[in-house]
Design a protein around this ligand. Structure first.
Ligand SMILES: Nc1ncnc2c1ncn2[C@@H]1O[C@H](COP(=O)(O)OP(=O)(O)OP(=O)(O)O)[C@@H](O)[C@H]1O
Ligand SMILES: [Mg+2]
Length: 439
């Protein structure tokens, strides 16, 4: 008995497709393609349905690109199985795709799916030794416009791993920020309210900006930096422009919003008459509560002059944590030297000595010293060594055995590097941790 027939998909069949989708799920099959994709392909690509009377009893949906076609959906209602409907659907959808001149037709199937007769019936063969990989792209297409206007971007995926050393800070940020934000449902089960705003403070060059970016990279959220100095030239004024920027940010699904040198716009509201910046501080104080109500975003403010901040600005309820980012300890300095010394020579350099000589150096200072050592060594190799021949070809072939900087180059560079953080500034920082830090 064959009182079913196959015809092209019409928009009015959407309910039927939905019903088929649900019956698949009811059978415990987790389809590879999302429902939204299948529905989009029904409208835009190639779809056929099997109907009995008015009822949709089966469907096949395919899409074609270049030489290859993909079956993104194939289903028949349970009570209509075993009648060859699946095979006919496949044949029909293949016909619809034929004008593309495909030379291969493929289908992905959950491993647990056992009803594959239709595919076998149409000459598909199971490919062995294949694995399926997928990655969810963190920013949706419709967000790209808003993100572009804000100058926001998705950062490289490895920034978090690339923060050398700083184990204590990393662990703290991982536990307090990344965990509850990345695992929002789990956090909710435990009654943890995910943080919405944090301040990173510490002397110059210790890695505050680096950490803010690394957090965004780790969460795979877009990174949006707000530049008060740029907003200041806005015709709406700094306060108005700030408000507008945060309204645009509210359009994004997720974001790490970064304000560097926040002391510039949130300094002590002292003095009479009030400074022109006071309006901006007040605006920011108003913006933060609204920002805090939206899930999926984190405000990171950085400052190296935390004592200058308005006390109201820092209070509980506005910022969840006030986190110190200090000078690197022995382990962190060692990790940084390992990172900054070229791999070709790293085993020959006395790193312990460099670590010892760079106490009080910030990561930025260490990076600077490492770069200048490399530059010096290169110049020495090209211009000073090699008995006057000076050709870079000699250097490359290592005529003098030198292949990169040696320990002495690093020690010289260290001796010539002026540290950014003076002992007094560091002492102030330690006091700030006691008085203002909150982790
Ligand atoms: N843990 C680290 N590992 C490797 N490099 C680092 C690390 N921390 C910082 N750096 C490097 O040191 C330099 C300064 O870091 P960064 O700009 O993040 O410091 P900052 O605290 O934001 O400084 P400022 O207070 O001046 O804004 C950057 O070039 C960064 O790449
Ligand atoms: Mg910075």
């Amino acid at each position: 008995m064959s009182n079913w027939r196959i015809r092209d998909f019409h928009s009015s069949d959407l309910d039927g497709i939905l019903h088929l989708w649900e019956s698949l799920k009811a059978d415990g099959v987790e389809p590879v393609y999302a429902l939204s994709e299948v529905l989009a392909s029904c409208e835009k690509d190639h779809a056929v349905v099997a109907v009995q009377g008015d009822q949709v009893v089966g469907a096949a949906v395919g899409r074609a690109a270049h030489d290859q076609g993909w079956i993104v959906f194939l289903a028949t209602l349970t009570e209509f199985r075993g009648r060859g409907i699946g095979t006919s659907l496949l044949s029909a959808v293949e016909n619809r795709m034929a004008p593309h001149g495909l030379n291969k037709l493929s289908a992905l199937m959950p491993e647990t799916e056992t009803r594959v007769e239709a595919f076998l019936g149409r000459g598909f063969v199971v490919k062995k030794n294949l694995r399926y990989f997928e990655r969810t792209i963190p920013v949706q297409r419709q967000e790209l416009g808003a993100l572009g206007l804000l100058g926001g971007r998705i950062l490289a995926r490895d920034l978090w791993e690339n923060v050398a050393g700083m184990r204590r800070e990393k662990e703290l940020l991982e536990r307090r920020l990344v965990l509850p934000l990345a695992e929002a449902d789990l956090a909710d089960e435990y009654g943890v309210v995910p943080p919405r705003a944090v301040v990173l403070f510490g002397p110059p060059g210790t890695g505050k900006t680096t950490f803010a970016k690394a957090i965004a990279s780790r969460l795979e959220w877009p990174f949006v930096e707000v530049f008060p100095s740029r907003l200041a030239s806005d015709p709406k004024g700094l306060a108005g422009a700030l408000r507008e920027t945060f309204l645009e940010i509210a359009e994004l699904e997720h974001a790490v919003v970064f304000i560097d040198e926040v002391e510039e716009i949130a300094s002590q509201r002292a003095g009479d008459p009030p400074s022109p910046l006071q309006g901006v501080t007040n605006e920011l104080l108003k913006i933060i509560p609204a920002f805090r109500e939206q899930p999926g975003r984190l405000l990171v403010c950085a400052t190296n002059f935390i004592r200058a901040l308005d006390t109201a600005f820092l209070r509980h309820g506005r910022f969840d944590y006030v986190i110190p980012i200090g000078l690197p300890d022995v382990h962190a300095r060692e990790a940084m030297w390992q990172r900054f010394i070229p791999a070709t020579v790293v085993d020959d350099v006395d790193i312990a000595q460099l670590v010892d000589r760079t106490e009080g150096f910030s990561p930025a200072d260490i990076e600077f010293a490492a770069r200048s050592a490399s530059q010096r060594a290169l110049e020495k190799a090209v211009y000073d060594d090699g008995a006057g021949s000076g050709g870079s070809a000699d250097v490359a072939s290592g005529s003098n055995g030198r292949k990169g900087p040696v320990t002495q180059d690093y020690l010289d560079a260290i001796a010539d590097t002026r540290t950014t953080v003076s002992p007094e500034v560091h002492q102030d920082f330690l006091e700030d941790i006691d008085v203002l830090g909150r982790v």
